[in-house]
Design a protein around this ligand. Structure first.
Ligand SMILES: *Cc1c(COP(=O)(O)O)cnc(C)c1O
Length: 226
């Protein structure tokens, strides 16, 4: 599948407008909700097209894919949004500016060590589980304690990430994510994907993670491996 730059640019422009509309309707400043372009399964050209269209944050779930695609990108912030396997911590800490998916102490300790060894300060979010259909994520009640431990290890914990449920009570799930964010602290509540971002913005999301809304359907079925 190939995508014309114009297509991605148009979608990004439309989404930027719509996100701002919902942000303003929720009583916040336009521009205060960032769009993270999730580029998994998309070619490097698609990443470049999104950046060219004004996106400043890009994200991947798979280390292997990012290695090829995220090499020497124009100025942007790169986010890891996949499951953190401890044996990949070094690669993740070397490739990404922000790790959104720290869901347990073991993963955080491995990332903290890798960041220390590399002499860099790594920004992370605590991933909380607010959905019966999600495998990963810390229990919301455990998030503040985990965040405190991660900060002790030198990680810059900047908020919370959550994946909404496919079915069921999305509002309750998003409210739980926001509550965890308020207790963890930081500036980023990463909440909302292509199918549920509007509701996430109404619940206080500061960053929506959009894949298919920007790039169209993904060519292959997702795996759950990092
Ligand atoms: C794939 C993915 C997204 C984007 O999903 P879309 O439904 O295509 O917008 C967002 N967040 C995470 C963690 C993902 O793995």
């Amino acid at each position: 599948m190939s995508l014309a730059t114009g297509t991605v640019a148009e979608r990004v422009a439309t989404l930027r407008e719509r996100v701002d509309e919902v942000t303003v309707a929720s009583g916040r400043e336009p521009g205060s909700v960032a769009i993270l372009a999730v580029t998994k399964t998309q070619p490097r050209d698609a990443v470049l097209a999104a950046l060219d269209a004004g996106v400043r944050d890009v994200g991947e779930s798979y280390v292997q894919e990012a290695r090829r695609k995220y090499d020497h990108l124009p100025p942007c912030t790169t986010h890891f949004v996949g499951h953190v396997q401890t044996n990949k911590a070094k690669a993740i800490a070397g490739l990404f500016d922000v790790v959104q998916s720290v869901d347990r102490l073991e993963a955080g300790l491995a990332l903290a060590k890798a960041a220390r060894d590399a002499g860099r300060r790594l920004r992370v979010l605590v991933q909380v589980n607010v959905s019966p259909t999600e495998r990963f994520g810390a229990a919301p009640a455990d998030a503040p304690g985990l965040a405190a431990r991660l900060r002790d290890e030198g990680l810059a914990v900047d908020g919370v990430m959550a994946i909404g449920p496919l079915h069921g009570d999305v509002d309750a799930a998003f409210a739980a994510a926001r509550d965890a964010f308020e207790r963890v602290g930081g500036t980023t509540l990463s909440l909302g994907m292509s199918g549920d971002w509007e509701r996430a913005v109404r619940h206080g999301s500061t960053m929506v993670r959009l894949g298919t809304a920007i790039f169209g359907p993904r060519p292959v079925r997702e795996r759950s491996l990092a």
